[in-house]
Write a protein that binds this ligand. Sequence first.
Ligand code: ATP
Length: 313
Amino acid sequence: MDTFPAIRARGITKCFGDVVALDGIDLDVAHGQIHGLVGPNGAGKTTLLGLLLGLAVADSGRLEVLGTPVERALTTPDGVAGFVDGPGLYPSLTARQNLTALTALRGLDTGLSGVDDVLDQVGLTEVADDRARGFSLGMRQRLGLAAALLTRPRLLVLDEPSNGLDPAGKKHVHGVLTRLAAEGTSVVLSSHRMDDLEALCSEVTIIATGRVVFSGPLGKLATDHRELDYRLLTSDPQAARRVAAETAGVRIVDDAAVRQDSDLLVIRALVPALDELVVRLVGAGIALRELAPVVSPLEAAFLALTEQKETGS
Ligand SMILES: Nc1ncnc2c1ncn2[C@@H]1O[C@H](COP(=O)(O)OP(=O)(O)OP(=O)(O)O)[C@@H](O)[C@H]1O
């Protein structure tokens, strides 16, 4: 196992004319970690991923990828693969021909079996001889992932890899990424889908207007920041409402959207108050049937943190 992190970035800045895309970014990604980048449109995610792929160079700051400082040359660092702004493919070639051409271009020694293997990994075996021109967005994304896998990367960099994937395709790609990470490959990906990030990532970095707003484990983000709204379904809704009203730190939210379902209670609380409520409900002989955040903790924290940033509070 390597002793250095997969990515170590300090004070990275990048401007495009007057636009400050990255404004002093720090980023740490450990080996075998799937790390999510999240942020509003224009936050700087693609710019940062592009730096990792060697598509552009930072104006200032220090970037080390797989233990090696990234120089000013516009080349993909050794051991890194991926894509930003969609994978680059030859539309007139079939999926298999695209990968074979890439193998030749990059001088890879994977051979045909390597090509078939990555097609199988991303679930494109059945359409291997179809032209990329006719591929859906989701299929192109999978082919792009297959192209990245051909090089057996130690760091995989993906800009919104779930775009266009149907639920089965998403599950497939999640499986590929999770297995790669278990084998030691680090993955950095951006997404606007909080459920994707929650399903895949152990750590996330939230970026707003080119700055890091939060970076760390998802669990920390979920519990640290603020009260969340939870859906509460029990065996005795009326009794549960009474117990909730009597529990310190728990508020009943009268949300018109959920009132139609009269058995459902929406409560607002921090995690310790929620724990106390559960203990009380069970103590009162009320069975819990569902207790889940109305919006995911990551989404709630993301919105709160970016709103704070925008208002400067
Ligand atoms: N090549 C470029 N020339 C000029 N401005 C650019 C260029 N690339 C990015 N920018 C600007 O830099 C900022 C960050 O853009 P970037 O694409 O990195 O954001 P993003 O977080 O990936 O956004 P999105 O979620 O919309 O993909 C934006 O203001 C964008 O307009």
